[in-house]
Design a protein around this ligand. Structure first.
Ligand code: FES
Length: 314
């Protein structure tokens, strides 16, 4: 659908928020906390941004984008957009849903990873539910939504940490996560190192997997050798070549086999495919290390093969 950029404003150094509205002022499709939208930019560039306004709002979607000079072009293209212009987006999709029945929710944000957690904080506040948001950034200037987080309704529930603070409070994931409870859920979003530190501390403290929810705001798809290989479709025995510069999803599509995809960055799990033989070269951030080691499934939107042939359950 086409939406209009009704407002574009800075929410921190290098972070711009975009308020997207229906061109006719009509309500937008509903979304739930943790949802994102796909934004289709010029030259076929597609990016996913979490919605960071309250899910109770239907007149707008709010997204926030970090300008990253090292990105593959998405953030720069977004920052170049002007207020009043139109862009195409997909319907909201949620791979990071919030459990509103939890007794307590712990939201942990690293940098721009705060965006889906803002929508969660809004939803939890509206539901009168118990939560704490811990938000780590490099400095005050790089902390998005400071005004919103300083509103009285969030008092005592928002905790900010700055890397450059000499005498400020330092976050301790071990201390924060020391006492897991079956009715407490943990949500973490941020760079992969941040997520790994949080989930590692949660695992060490005995949190059950079902209560630990994560979303990577940037996949950082792993680089590696991109040699050609082949995949076999087990249902027909058909063999398909995968060229060095083509993903498995694209090679399959060229051969007329369409797989469902969403993020195309190894983040969402939509394209998860069973592997019957061969050794995948996992480049995603979706599967756990144990799942990757099992070699029986992979994400063909970004992962490749270490063996000359992969037999897929397709
Ligand atoms: Fe999202 Fe492949 S499409 S992981």
């Amino acid at each position: 659908m086409q939406v209009r950029i009704a407002r574009k404003f800075a929410v921190a150094t290098d972070i711009c928020a975009f308020e997207l509205v229906h061109p006719d002022g009509a309500p937008l499709p509903a979304f739930s906390a943790g949802a994102h939208v796909e934004v289709r930019l010029r030259d076929g560039l597609v990016r996913h941004y979490s919605l960071c306004n309250s899910p109770l709002e239907s007149h707008r979607y709010l997204i926030a984008v970090l300008r990253d000079a090292h990105s593959r072009g998405g953030s720069m293209a977004m920052h170049a957009l002007e207020m009043g212009s139109s862009i195409e987006i997909g319907a909201p999709n949620n791979h990071f849903p919030l459990n509103l029945r939890a007794r307590h929710s712990l939201l942990l944000a690293g940098g721009i990873g705060v965006t889906p957690l803002m929508a969660m904080a809004e939803a939890l506040d509206h539901a009168g539910a118990s939560f704490d948001l811990h938000y780590c950034t490099r400095s005050t200037e790089r902390t998005a939504f400071r005004d919103r987080l300083a509103e009285p309704r969030f008092a005592g529930r928002v905790h900010l940490y700055f890397d450059d603070a000499r005498d400020g409070t330092k976050i301790s994931f071990d201390a924060l996560l020391a006492q897991p409870r079956v009715d407490t859920h943990l949500y973490v979003c941020g760079p992969s190192g941040f997520i790994e530190a949080v989930t590692g501390a949660a695992k060490a403290a005995g949190w059950i997997d079902a209560n630990v929810h994560r979303e990577y705001f940037a996949a950082g798809v792993a680089e590696g050798d991109s040699s050609a290989f082949q995949v076999t479709l087990s249902s027909t025995g058909r063999v398909i070549d995968v060229a060095p510069d083509v993903t498995v999803v694209a090679a399959l599509a060229q051969a007329g086999v369409e797989l469902p995809t969403s993020c195309e960055q190894g983040v969402c799990g939509t394209c998860l495919t069973r592997v019957l033989s061969g050794q995948p070269d996992h480049r995603d951030v979706y599967l756990t290390d144990e799942e990757k080691d099992a070699n029986d499934q992979f994400l063909p939107c970004c992962s490749r093969s270490k063996s000359p042939m992969l037999v897929l359950d397709l």
